[in-house]
Design a binder for this molecule. Structure first.
Ligand code: ADP
Length: 657
């Protein structure tokens, strides 16, 4: 009994949480839906009353004949019954339509909340946190399916008004014309049936979400299989069979688990509830029969009590228009709320040291990593360990190291996507945490390895570097020109207003190299808006060593005077940086200029020689390559958009053309 009450209380609580969302659909619509659902609840009860009165009049009307007053009473009851029936038929579609409107309005607000929550955290930590990702996945999954959203749950919750108004109406009729005890027994039985149906659904839903990680995995495989992005590789590598087998295996494993749980949740309780329901129904019906036999009930009363009792019992069923919707919509809403809470917790944890300082124009001297240690949330492995690193202002520093050395982590700390777990970062001696996160980020332009290729116009792709001045055409063009991509963009169908995706009208696809230049233009545009630090984090990983060297050389060239940071795992491509820092296992092991490091004869010298030898193997002279590439040839293509080796004289800069 106590578990019954606990379960019921939980369902009521979840209904209340959804109910709290309902007003966001608008007060007018809400009142209309409440009224409509109550009417839809009352009409079937009126139908039962009218048909019972009709049945009660039948014997006398037959005796009195057509035209008798009894006959007329029968006809009037018939008209009432018909009106109640037709009324339901007319109002039911309206209930669906208004419910959909309510769902759309509420879901619109929920989407906004999700977007606000996703963007609110100053760091990206939460979006790499498994727990928060699960919450987000639960929320988004249901929102995307569309029929299990919090909004749909709101409409469904209101439709319960119709069902329960009906139930109370029937029970009231039984009490009124027959027995209040029988009425109470019927109400209890119906509610127990409901608990079986609805409560089972709740437990079943939990099983579903208990497997959210598998669900996310299956979503991923399905996405890979049906979306265009991987279509080429899947075909070229013949992955279709493997992919569908993997998807099928995961899906079947999950379904088998769910099926087993479903038998446990529904089948055994079903037998118990059914037995109980049958006994109560049998007792009530027998008592009714007995009362009728003893002439304690009129024909109308008997018809009324019988119809109402059976209709009440039938309301113990699963409500197709409400149950799944309220349950899964509620899960989705839980996901939204948990996600919001998780993100808020992260935000609260973001340290803001007082007094707050203004980073504008900094650094004038240096950025210093002081005894910096870092491990990613949820992992104990130190990625950086007592890192001491200085980035002098106005100079270009390169960090090189093998994959996994911690280079990108250095960039993430610099951009304050994470805070160090030990030590600190100082900008001209000021702790980085004294700056407002957004103010600090405005000082930095970063091009990450996986920089975004927005399916928006070329101007927007560049303008995102400094959204505040994104409308300034002259500066946009200047950034594009310095990045060496202006002429390419101007040749597109709508010039800088061309959407950079082929699927849009007048859209165009850029080559990998052209995209890299757009990304550089984005960073340079940030510089136009007062950013003072530029970071290139291996956006060239897909290029060969030679093209990367050329790309970096151009970067060094166009960012002269800014505090620049170049990241690469290729030792031979950063020779022109003012200073080169070699990072290994989160420590600086060597630093100096290219010549100094070569003279030192250490790690850098060794790896530089190895990679330079590869140039020689490819029969290319490094000096020639760099000289040509610094000049920058926009006409070239995918090798980073920079020139293949050719005589300096013929390369020509864009300005010269
Ligand atoms: P690099 O840029 O030098 O290749 P990274 O800074 O990306 O190296 O990574 C350093 C180490 O941190 C690697 O071992 C990597 O596996 C780990 N790492 C990177 N990102 C995460 C993350 N989000 N969560 C946990 N570990 C991470």
């Amino acid at each position: 009994m106590s578990s019954y009450l606990r379960g019921t209380a939980e369902i009521v609580r979840s209904y209340l949480r959804i109910a709290a969302l309902v007003p966001s659909g608008g007060a007018g619509l809400l009142s209309l839906l409440v009224a409509l659902n109550l009417i839809l609840g009352i009409l079937p009860v009126l139908f039962v009353v009218a048909t019972s009165v009709m049945i009660g009049h039948v014997p006398a009307a037959v005796t009195g004949g057509v035209g008798s007053s009894e006959w007329q009473a029968l006809v009037i009851a018939f008209i009432f019954a018909s009106a109640a029936f037709v009324g339901q038929q007319i109002l039911a579609p309206l209930q669906v339509a208004l419910g959909e409107l309510m769902a759309r309005r509420v879901d619109g607000k929920i989407h906004q909340r999700l977007i606000v929550a996703s963007l609110r955290s100053p760091g990206i930590g939460p979006l790499e946190d498994q727990r928060i990702l699960n919450d987000l996945s639960q929320a988004v999954r249901n929102l995307e399916f569309g029929f299990r959203t919090p909004g749909v749950a709101c409409a469904a919750l209101l439709s319960l008004l119709a069902r329960y108004a009906q139930l109370l109406g029937y029970v009231f009729l039984v009490g009124l014309v027959f027995s209040w005890l029988a009425a109470a027994a019927l109400l209890a039985t119906t509610m127990i049936f409901r608990k079986g149906n609805r409560g089972g659904l709740r437990t079943y839903g939990r099983v579903f979400y208990g497997n959210i990680e598998t669900l996310r995995e299956t979503d991923y495989y399905r996405g890979v299989a049906i979306h265009a992005a991987a279509a080429k590789e899947i075909r070229v590598f013949g992955l279709s069979g493997w992919l569908s087998g993997k998807y099928r295996g995961l899906q079947l494993g999950l379904l088998e688990k769910i099926w087993a749980e479903r038998r446990r949740i529904y089948f055994v309780p079903y037998l118990r509830y059914t037995a109980f329901g049958l006994i109560v129904a049998a007792v009530v019906l027998a008592a009714l029969g007995r009362a009728a036999a003893l002439h304690e009930l009129s024909l109308t009363q008997l018809a009324l009590a019988l119809q109402a009792a059976l209709a009440a019992l039938r309301l113990g069923e699963n409500y197709a228009e409400a149950d799944t919707q309220t349950q899964f919509g509620m899960f989705a809403y839980d996901g939204v709320q948990d996600f919001e809470r998780g993100m808020a917790e992260y935000e609260e944890r973001t340290v803001q040291l007082e007094p707050r300082r203004d980073p504008h124009g900094l650094p004038r001297q240096e950025i210093r990593f002081e005894g910096t240690g870092f491990h990613y949330p949820g992992s104990d492995r130190s990625v950086l360990d007592g890192l001491e690193l200085v980035l002098p202002a106005g100079r270009c520093t390169a960090i090189v190291g093998l994959n996994g050395a911690g280079k990108t982590t250095v960039v993430k700390l610099l951009a304050r996507l994470y805070d160090p777990t030990e030590g600190r970062l100082l900008v001209d001696g000021i702790d980085l945490r004294s700056f407002d996160v957004d103010d600090w980020r405005r000082q930095i332009g970063v091009i990450f390895q996986d920089f975004n290729r927005y399916e928006l116009t070329a101007a927007e792709n560049i303008g995102f570097g400094a959204i505040e001045i994104a409308g300034d055409r002259e500066r946009l063009r200047e950034a594009a020109r310095r990045a060496g991509v202006l002429a390419t963009l101007e040749r597109l169908p709508l010039g800088l207003d061309t959407p950079l995706a082929r699927q849009y009208e007048n859209g165009a696809e850029l080559s990998g190299g052209q995209w890299q230049r757009v990304a550089i233009a984005r960073a340079l545009f940030a510089l136009e808006n007062g950013a003072s630090i530029l970071v290139l984090d291996e956006p060239t990983a897909a290029l060969d060593v030679r093209a990367e060297a050329a790309f970096f050389d151009r970067f060094v060239d166009v960012t002269r005077g800014a505090t620049a940071l170049l990241i690469s795992h290729r030792f031979s491509s950063v020779r022109h940086a003012d200073r080169i820092v070699v990072l290994e296992h989160g420590h600086v092991i060597e630093q100096g200029s290219h010549d100094e490091l070569v003279a030192l004869g250490g790690r850098y010298a060794e790896l530089f020689r190895l990679q330079a030898e590869r140039f020689v193997d490819e029969d290319v002279d490094l000096e020639t390559v760099n000289a040509a590439d610094i000049a920058g040839d926009e006409e070239s293509d995918d090798r980073g958009g920079f020139a293949a080796p050719e005589p300096v004289a013929s390369a020509g800069t864009e300005d010269a053309r």
